[in-house]
Design a protein around this ligand. Structure first.
Ligand code: UD1
Length: 422
């Protein structure tokens, strides 16, 4: 198994290219089920979650090919010959549940393995299932599979989500695209990834109103597949935020290219509160050093608020702040597993249910640490960039799920980091 070895203390400089957004790519790949066109998706991040989603479609009978160099994939779902998403694939990636809505909408029957447990919390899919039932689906859980039927197709209705759910909203938007009649989704997620899904479906002929708001209205095609067009995935705001933290913790000036600064606003404002400055243009951001790093209060919430997917990386950053920071995690009940690993590096963090209190001015020291989930892993790498001596980050298959060539990009910025095998 691979691990990352990092020797802390290097300043960073230069430019890093941000890849396409994993969390936009996954629903977009699933959405190709709604069309029989052969589609090419570009700016596709070459990470293992994306490969898993493409493999899932291939397993259903779709014809797929990935071009790692061009960062693209071509998918033809006209050849899908069965609608059973098997446990062997679904178990490695929770987002596989995103095929449920489009498969049911197009074929009227599907079986999708339940995704099972997850390190950062319970992550149920009850809201996805309830909404599909409200659209007329008959749903049963049998032997670990969601068995869904909608003979004659799904029917548009008004759905009000009890909680804002990103993949739940995406599943229902895709289901509604081929439903009979109009679906209104209240309390819909408005993350940039949800917005892009809506835009791609709209370009494929679906009438959608309220894109980017909490109330989205979709006029279904009544079972007719879409005339979808090729598209490019939006930049990854979480990958970008992670490099902003790498620049900030090392108090360096670095430039991020291929970003959408609007999507980074909550993070940039938090960095400003901490004393960093930045320049932005249409597609790039440059972070600049702070004369003093201030402690902050962070609360994770839905977009456009501060993202839960950046909580761990900012926690690493608050370790070098001057004073005590507090970080409140509002979305997932168990998303503090990086705390014990950061403590192994000398961090002083106390936990009280959903709130972490982080002592700044930490004297971080290299250690052997273990990645526990995707974003927690990148927080360990960020802390290691300023730790004394050597840090070995193990179990980096978590990192490979969502970051494209993290060590190569950091090396290019001047970090002392290498990938080794155990
Ligand atoms: C997505 C992102 C993930 C991000 C999260 C929150 C993808 C592939 N993943 O995950 O990176 O951290 O949004 O921004 O895009 N909930 C329920 N019942 C449901 C669904 C969700 O109770 O049926 C709860 C969850 O437990 C959680 C909250 O709703 O407390 C938000 O979760 P949700 O937005 O659904 O997260 P994901 O879509 O799984």
């Amino acid at each position: 198994m691979d691990f990352l070895q990092i020797k802390g203390g290097k300043k960073l400089s230069g430019t890093v290219e941000i890849d396409g957004a994993k969390n936009a790519a996954l629903p977009l790949i699933a959405s190709t089920i709604l069309s029989k066109n052969r589609l090419t998706i570009s700016n596709l991040p070459q990470v293992s979650d994306v490969r898993t989603m493409v493999k899932l479609l291939e397993n259903l009978g779709a014809k797929t090919s990935i071009d790692e160099i061009k960062k693209s994939a071509t998918i033809d779902t006209s050849t899908i010959d069965h609608t059973i998403a098997q446990y062997e694939i679904v178990r490695v990636m929770r987002a596989s549940i995103l095929v449920l809505g489009p498969l049911l909408a197009r074929f009227g029957y599907c079986e999708v393995s339940l995704p099972g447990g997850c390190a950062i919390g319970q992550r149920p899919i009850d809201l996805h299932l309830k909404a599909l039932e409200q659209m007329g689906a008959d749903i049963e859980i049998k032997q670990g599979y969601v068995v869904a039927k909608a003979e004659g197709g799904l029917k548009g209705t008004t759905i009000s989500f009890d909680k804002i759910t990103v993949t739940g909203s995406e599943n229902i938007i895709m289901a509604a695209a081929l439903a009979h009649g109009t679906t209104r989704i209240l309390n819909c997620a408005k993350e940039p990834e949800v917005v892009q899904l809506c835009e791609v479906l709209r370009d494929g002929g679906v009438k959608i109103e309220g894109i980017g708001t909490y109330e989205v209205t979709i006029e279904g095609t009544g079972g007719k597949t879409l005339d979808m067009k090729d598209f490019a995935v939006i930049p990854d705001r979480i990958e970008a935020g992670t490099y902003l933290c790498a620049g900030a913790i090392t108090n360096s000036e670095i430039t991020l290219k291929n970003v959408n600064p609007t999507h980074l606003e909550s993070m940039l404002l938090k960095l400003k509160e901490m004393g960093f400055s930045y320049d932005e243009s249409e597609e790039s951001v440059t972070i600049k050093p702070a004369s003093k790093v201030e402690a902050v209060k962070i609360t994770t919430t839905e977009y456009p608020g501060f993202p839960t997917d950046m909580q761990a990386q900012f926690m690493a950053l608050t370790l070098v702040a001057d004073g005590v920071s507090t970080i409140e995690e509002k979305l997932f009940e168990n998303r503090f597993m990086h705390v014990s690993e950061l403590s192994r590096m000398g961090a002083n963090i106390s936990l009280n249910s959903y709130t972490a209190t982080v002592e700044g001015n930490a004297e971080l020291c290299g250690a052997d640490v273990m990645a526990t989930d995707l974003r927690a892993s990148s927080a360990l790498v960020i802390a290691a960039l300023v730790a004394k001596d050597i840090t070995n980050v193990h179990r980096i298959y978590h990192l490979d799920r969502g970051y494209v060539k993290l060590e190569e990009k950091l090396q290019k910025l001047g970090a002392d980091i290498k990938r080794l095998s155990e």
